[in-house]
Design a binder for this molecule. Structure first.
Ligand code: C2R
Length: 190
């Protein structure tokens, strides 16, 4: 009789993490179905000139791959991990429990989510001692900005790019506000 449990099975062990070259942010998600949300983090980081790797890693379905990811991320040069998952979203907390790096958690409203709260609370309510910086439901964009802000503490060029990002954001809102005031809301919408 085999003594292998599903989580010690060789097939899981063989799927080693494919190293990304020189990435400083690791974006992981529980399933490919999270990608439409989690890609927003990759896009913001790309816009800010921050290198990232994007991986599917599930604490539930590929536990050993998750352990390997969490154990090797820092030594591979990753500085911040962004972890997104839906439903019973244990991935961010489990990565944080193993990995010394800061983990930003993204609750994803997945097809399996009841209403999103399951994922939010699974990521938010970590026990004292193992923090996960939790952003809003589907808040992958803000997760990327938080990660960039952490990196910018010791990277003045990135800090400047982040300041520019905020300037553009402010200018866009000012342009919209002015246009709304000038045209009135009906013409603005039409
Ligand atoms: P499928 O669409 O693959 O059925 O996944 C994923 O993040 C996804 O949102 C449905 C949802 O299950 C989530 N999932 C987790 C974990 N692994 C997968 N929450 C985990 O390890 O926490």
């Amino acid at each position: 009789m085999s003594t292998e449990t599903p989580y010690s099975a060789g097939s899981d062990r063989k799927k080693l993490i494919i190293s990304g070259e020189n990435s400083v942010v690791g974006i992981v998600m529980g399933s490919k179905s999270d990608l439409p949300i989690m890609k927003q983090a990759a896009e913001v980081l790309q816009e800010l000139g921050v290198s990232s790797e994007v991986r599917i890693v599930s604490a539930h379905r590929t536990p050993l791959r998750m352990v390997e990811y969490a154990e090797t991320a820092a030594s591979r040069g990753i500085k911040v991990v962004i972890a997104g998952a839906g439903g019973a979203a244990h991935l961010p907390g489990m990565i944080a429990s193993i990995c010394p790096l800061p983990v930003v958690g993204v609750p994803v409203k997945s097809s399996q989510s009841m209403d999103g709260w399951d994922s939010v609370l699974s990521i938010l309510q970590m026990p004292g001692g193992i923090p996960v910086a939790t952003v809003a439901l589907n808040g992958a964009k803000n997760a990327a900005l938080l990660a960039a802000q952490m990196l910018a503490i010791s990277d003045s060029a990135l800090a400047e790019r982040l300041a520019l990002y905020r300037t553009r954001l402010r200018q866009q809102v000012e342009t919209d506000a002015e246009s709304l005031e000038n045209k009135g809301w009906q013409a603005f919408l039409g």
